[in-house]
Design a protein around this ligand. Structure first.
Ligand code: GDP
Length: 447
């Protein structure tokens, strides 16, 4: 998602990143380009303008830090401003169901926004991840087969749905659902209201009535992010009529521009709580402004990276490794250590894909042999067939030694060569990164 905006922004920042010093003109020029990129991504004009104003203000007031380049500093400022625009790092985007059960979740939105699908996705998530007992009910008496659709989704997700009574009106269905949930000891009741093609007075009144009856803990507005600024306007109109507590943005998976997500909070004040990232019932994510900002900036999904790595990585070991690496002392024993780590973390590809600027390097490594999946255990076997001396000093590996190692590890001389070539590539890359000062981050991720 957001590929185009990411590309544009990383183009802008590539120019800044390498510079040792930045003039005010450099920053102004970069901000002009960021502004264009935002507008092309369909971000509302006032939002883009405010964003740039904020970034400039912060950039100018900022003390120059010694340990990072001015370009990196600007990227950080832009990142933080993006996080703010998306709702803030501290904001809690979790659903708030802290009421006496059953807690009702009222789902509202235009027809075709993905409301019914999202209802089932949320129900499944609450049931599976939070072990809540969930009941779903469709109040959509307008669209033929709407109630049937929710029933079918309920069967797929193994979430209970309220039995359908033909001809019953929405408010009465809501009452029946709440009663059934109370009697049945349910924790959560999801009420899927009738969609509308556009904001329609009668249907709005109906939603308001249901809202009064159900007194929901959450009223979630579902909007289709592909509709761009229309999604934002829809949200404004709904908010004027019902107390929307959160927004679910669907089809983020297909949203190359991202403008709706970026403008939503700033324009409507309503927090995005969940995002739909596909048609399947598990294609739902909690909305995380920091992670989203990371993706949009194209500076790598650093937050996920850190989260993932911190589960695995022992800090002290990482620092030791960083020292070794920056001195260019990276031998095959270290590579074996790294391979073990990678095997646990899901392959080099997954890790490198999350790191800023690593895409190009990954291509080099792939060409040199790659470090993916089952390849890794063969590579580990090769290294463990070497003598201690060979691992410390791979230069001694002549043809006869390679032959012995291949036989010992059940591989071929070609594979041994491929591993050595990849090791050379990594070693060179690390020396380069060591010079650029990016070593600590890399080692923290790998060690
Ligand atoms: P409703 O009229 O608002 O209830 O919309 P539906 O829930 O019936 O969804 C309409 C269509 O959008 C269905 O084909 C869904 O599978 C699809 N859909 C819903 N959410 C997403 C999403 O996050 N990503 C993608 N790619 N498709 C979605």
């Amino acid at each position: 998602m957001f590929e185009t905006l990411s590309d544009r922004l990383s183009g802008v920042f590539d120019k800044l990143r390498g510079r040792g010093s930045l003039s005010e003109a450099d920053v102004s020029e970069a901000m002009r380009e960021v502004r264009v990129a935002l507008l092309e991504a369909d971000v509302a004009l006032p939002v883009a303008r405010e964003f740039i104003g904020k970034v400039k203000e912060r950039a100018i007031g900022q003390d120059v830090l010694r340990s990072v380049t001015p370009g990196q500093q600007v990227i950080k400022i832009v990142h933080d401003a993006l996080v703010d625009m998306l709702g803030g790092a501290e904001a809690d985007h979790a659903l708030d169901l802290n009421v006496a059960p059953p807690a009702a979740i009222l789902m509202v939105g235009l027809q075709g926004s993905g409301k019914t699908t999202s209802t089932a996705k949320i129900a499944l998530r609450l049931q599976k991840k939070e072990k809540k007992k969930v009941l779903m009910a469709s109040l959509d008496t307008r669209r033929p087969a709407a109630q049937e659709q929710l029933k079918v989704l309920g069967e797929q997700a193994e979430v209970k749905t309220l039995p359908i009574i033909a001809g019953q009106q929405p408010v009465d269905i809501a009452k029946r659902a709440m009663e059934a949930a109370r009697l049945g000891g349910y924790d959560v009741v999801m009420l899927d209201t009738a969609g509308r093609l556009s904001i329609d007075e009668q249907l709005m009144a109906e939603v308001a009535d249901v809202h009064r009856i159900a007194n929901p803990a959450e009223t979630l507005l579902v909007v289709d992010s592909l509709t761009g600024q229309d999604a934002v306007q829809t949200a404004e109109k709904f908010k004027a009529r019902v107390p929307v507590s959160g927004v679910v943005m669907t089809r983020i998976d297909g949203d190359g521009r991202g403008g709706a997500a970026l403008s939503m909070r700033a324009v409507t004040g309503a927090p995005i709580k969940l995002i739909g990232i596909g048609e399947k019932l598990d294609a739902l994510d909690e909305f995380d402004p920091r992670r989203m900002a990371g993706r949009i900036l194209g500076m790598g999904d650093i937050v996920s990276l850190v989260e993932k790595a911190s589960e695995e990585v022992d800090q002290e070991k990482a620092e030791k490794m960083a020292k070794k690496l920056s001195k260019g002392q990276f031998d095959l024993d270290d590579l074996a250590d790294q391979l073990k780590q990678m095997r646990r973390m899901g392959g080099m590809g997954a890790i490198m894909g999350m790191m800023p600027g690593m895409g190009k390097m990954k291509k080099q490594l792939d060409a040199a042999g790659g470090f993916e999946g089952k390849e890794i255990s063969r590579q580990e076997a090769i290294i463990s067939s070497m003598t201690k001396k060979e691992r410390k000093n791979p230069k001694v590996l002549n043809a006869s030694r390679k032959k012995r190692i291949a036989a010992g590890s059940g591989t071929s001389v070609q594979e041994v060569n491929r591993l050595l070539k990849a090791y050379q590539g990594m070693s060179t890359m690390m020396k380069k990164m060591g010079k650029k000062g990016g070593m600590k981050g890399l080692a923290g991720m790998m060690g």
